[in-house]
Design a protein around this ligand. Structure first.
Ligand SMILES: [Zn+2]
Length: 362
């Protein structure tokens, strides 16, 4: 094979890949949503037909209406209110990612969304960790090796960020590798949660922030310069600080800082198209950001709502921007370098898993 070989969807599935931005409550199997609704007595689903439900999630997330979009998460979170349900969803998440060729993933969720039936935050985290371990073992039995790190999110509109930051540090030796804040950007600037970020930093722990998804540069600037975020969840609006002309691209001070400091961008192309932040994959800034050598990583965000996988996201970039194996490898190594696990472990996966596989193709 040569660099010119166009990666096919099947090859992309086999390629070792790294995923940094994936929501646990956005990645359930439609059949599992139905099973869990039945088992836990959740009566709110729009349909109990697997095919119809699967299409409903994508259409609802596609609708352009925030209300309908949020309804999709009301259903997934609605069926994840018991320890058994959380563990099952977590186990299947790991198995599905392993089947897609993901060798390292950071999966995130907000524990505070799963306490409606009385679970404690600690019980939620422990149930999910049990599920991740079960999924890892099941995948290993089928010959698929995957390592999963957990990110705990606090919701911007709630006021529990410090509590979740403390939970993150409390479980850092049990698989929780970092912290994040998620939820609506407009009206909830990341600086509202400075105490949480300071706690994480002074504990020598790691965090990323959802910033610059639909909201602009101010959100990215605050996340980096006021909060000290190590990575940007999406960060795609950094393009607003880049001017393109006939002489090429000119970077503003913030864009230059992000690129100079190698701050990882957790880009999620399909998700951005779905929420209307970007018109189509072909118009997505990922192509330009990759060309300008920002630290680009390619992610799924919500596999159920966007009906995507890491390999299908790469396949879309192959179609839209002519990504070749060198590009896929570059994004994969970028992501592994940017992971929140220790340096030794990252290097081990890069040297012993990623590089040997791509060596035959690049
Ligand atoms: Zn996200």
């Amino acid at each position: 094979m040569s660099t010119r070989t166009v990666p096919t969807p099947q090859d992309l599935r086999e390629a070792p890949k790294v995923l940094l931005h994936d929501h646990l409550d956005g990645g359930l199997r439609p059949s599992t949503v139905i099973d869990l609704a039945d088992e836990t007595g959740y009566g709110g689903l729009p349909t109990t037909d697997v095919g119809e439900l699967s299409r409903w999630f994508v259409a609802a997330a596609d609708s352009g209406s925030l209300e309908t979009y949020l309804e999709t998460f009301a259903h997934t979170c609605g069926v994840m209110q018991t320890e058994e349900a959380l563990a099952r969803v977590a186990a299947e998440c790991v198995e599905d990612l392993a089947d897609d060729g993901v060798v390292y993933a950071e999966v995130r969720y907000a524990p505070e969304l799963f306490v409606e039936r009385g679970l404690s935050l600690d019980a939620v985290v422990e149930a999910v960790q049990d599920g991740f371990e079960r999924g890892r073992k099941n995948a290993a039995e089928r010959g698929k090796q995957i390592r999963v790190g957990t990110l705990l999110c606090a919701m911007r509109q709630h006021a529990r960020a410090l509590e979740i930051a403390e939970l993150t540090v409390r479980y850092r030796d049990q698989g929780v590798v970092g912290f994040d804040i998620a939820g609506p950007e407009a009206g909830y600037p990341p600086t509202r949660n400075l105490d949480a970020f300071e706690y994480i930093r002074t504990s020598n722990a790691h965090f990323t922030i959802h910033a610059g998804e639909a909201f602009g540069l101010a959100s990215i600037w605050e996340a980096i310069q006021h909060c000290g975020a190590e990575r940007l969840g999406h960060g795609v609006r950094i393009v607003d600080d880049i001017t393109t002309g006939t002489d090429g691209a000119e970077l503003g001070r913030l864009a230059a800082y992000v690129r100079d400091r190698r701050i990882p961008l957790e880009l999620c192309p399909s998700s951005n198209v779905q929420t209307g932040a970007v018109g189509s994959i072909g118009e997505h800034p990922v192509g330009m950001l990759a060309k300008l050598r920002f630290r680009v990583t390619v992610n799924t965000d919500n596999r159920l709502m966007s009906d995507c996988t890491v390999s299908s996201e790469f396949a879309a970039l192959v179609d839209a921007f002519g990504f070749d194996w060198a590009d896929v490898r570059w994004c994969t190594i970028n992501a592994m370098k940017s992971a929140f696990i220790g340096f030794d472990e990252r290097l081990d996966i890069i040297d012993n898993v990623i590089k040997p596989w791509y060596a035959a193709r690049v």
